[in-house]
Design a protein around this ligand. Structure first.
Ligand SMILES: [Zn+2]
Length: 493
């Protein structure tokens, strides 16, 4: 006895294009079974398992009936994942979960994860083309590509993060989903609006260091007495950074979604407090932490030396690589954040400030500074000790927009040259740009003076390279190395 017939329009990748596929579904009161016609038996078996898992994770009951699904035209095994959502909705629709009219002339596209989430898709371009050439009047899409629906005001539907969100929408009276994915990079709205750097008086050297940090994505360490402006500087950094690229945007929306938070589309700035465990900061066996939520943006670790040793040591690898490996398996979490550490010069915080008297003993200060093990300190390409006097220094005369312009230009230069930021380079890669002989000599001399640590020498070279890129110079000069050496102090002393 046939219960209900339901039909959903979907699509699969066909090379670099999208090809439409019709998904038909009937349910009958016979022995419970899910039969998929129109793809190989392995593919249909896999899809069945994905669907059953996604239904159960979404707390939806899978109909205990005989369900027959037919895909036409038939589909090759390697592309049929994008039909998951369509097949799921065909099953739910034929069970009467929502009215059939809701999906009329709608494209349903997306693959499901076992937890019921709709997988991010990176196919906005081809989908846009497909929709424009089709007779569809709307679409149910993964959240990540929903911005393309916003372009055409007449389209129904929207982007969704999981199966339940789709169901809520299909049961509602709404024609359009209320939410849309973050705006594309090339949209002017993605530009940060704050020009915080203009509001900071003085601190010319520190602001210059922020400029270098933002351009080359160099981890930075700010040392100085309490109240000298370390947090203010860190908070000014996101507005100097280039906006996340489209890959980072997709990763960010995915990461925030897993945390059941919504990424607001702005450059992340995370400033976790001292009480955070290592697991909350970096992530454990199963999850990720603040570092990943700062992906593409800034992770500000104030009172760095007050934090537990374990967390600090665990930061070392991700600081170099920009991702965190999960202990089991080959999965990893993106964690490409710019880390800004800040610390007082002594436990009481007054050292270095002439107006206040430090009450710490030499021994306490030594123990305090030893906490920043040499190995971790060395991973900060830029290090600066701030003093209150610098507050009174003259302004550099450069406005926020001028500074930001040179940062974006420098970033473009380095990405064109080596396809990664200078902060991520190995030492040998630093010499793809031409170095003047005097610059090389200066770099060798500085390295020797600082004990020839490989990482330290590399940091000096990377920072010099960024300074040269900021100047749009075609080579690295002695002056660039000289300036770079300024931002390599603070710790060895
Ligand atoms: Zn003190």
């Amino acid at each position: 006895v046939c219960v209900k017939y339901f039909r959903v329009q979907s699509a699969v990748f066909n090379g670099v294009q999208i090809q439409s596929v019709e998904v038909e579904c009937v349910q009958s009161r016979r022995l419970p079974h899910l039969q998929l016609l129109g793809c190989t038996s392995t593919a249909s078996l896999e899809m069945r398992e994905r669907l059953i898992a996604a239904f159960s994770s979404s707390k939806l009951s899978f109909p205990a009936r005989r369900i027959t699904i037919r895909l036409s035209p038939s589909v090759s095994a390697d592309v049929c994942e994008t039909l998951d959502l369509a097949v799921a909705l065909a099953i739910l629709g034929s069970s009467g979960a929502f009215p059939i009219e809701k999906l009329e002339q709608m494209l349903v596209f997306g693959s499901l994860r076992l937890d019921g989430a709709i997988q991010e898709a990176n196919a906005a371009q081809v989908l846009r083309k497909f929709l424009r050439n089709s007779k569809m009047t709307g679409a149910i899409l993964p959240w990540s590509v929903s911005s393309l629906l916003a372009e055409e005001k007449s389209y129904k539907g929207g982007g969704f993060r999981d199966l339940n969100e789709v169901l809520i929408f299909l049961r509602s009276e709404e024609k359009r989903a209320a939410h849309a994915a973050a705006i594309c990079v090339d949209s002017p709205q993605a530009e940060p609006l704050e020009n915080a750097i203009d509001r900071i008086e003085g601190l010319v050297v520190a602001k210059r260091m922020l400029e270098i940090a933002a351009a080359g994505a160099h981890h930075s360490l700010l040392l100085g007495p309490r109240g000298v402006g370390k947090s203010l500087l860190a908070r000014a950094l996101p507005s100097l950074l280039p906006p996340p690229n489209s890959e980072q945007q997709e990763e960010l929306s995915l990461l925030y979604r897993v945390r059941r938070e919504k990424w607001d589309g702005r450059i992340p700035f995370r400033a976790p407090d001292l009480s955070l465990s290592m697991r909350q900061l970096i992530g454990g066996m199963r999850g990720f932490g603040e570092l990943s939520l700062a992906h593409g943006g800034v992770l500000f670790l104030d009172e760095l030396l007050e934090r537990d040793r374990e967390s600090l040591e665990a930061l070392r690898m991700p600081m170099e690589r920009g991702w965190i490996a999960k202990i089991e398996g080959e999965q990893y979490f993106p964690a490409d954040a710019l880390i800004v550490g800040a610390a007082n010069l002594c436990p009481c915080g007054a050292r270095g400030d002439k107006a206040n008297r430090c009450i710490c003993s030499i021994w306490e200060i030594r123990r305090y500074r030893r906490r920043l093990s040499f190995a971790l300190a060395d991973r900060f390409d830029l290090r600066l000790e701030l003093s209150p006097e610098q507050n009174e220094a003259q302004s550099s005369g450069r406005s926020y927009s001028q500074v930001r312009e040179s940062i974006l230009m420098a970033r473009e230069l380095m990405l064109r040259r080596q396809n990664k930021t200078n902060g991520r380079l190995e030492l040998s890669e630093c010499f793809e740009k031409e170095w003047q002989e005097s610059a090389m000599a200066r770099w060798r001399a500085e390295s020797t003076r600082r004990g020839n640590s490989l990482r330290g020498s590399a940091a000096l070279a990377k920072v010099a390279l960024t300074i040269s890129d900021l100047a749009a110079a075609s080579f690295v000069s002695e002056r660039h190395v000289f300036e770079a050496a300024h931002y390599r102090g603070a710790v060895e002393a």
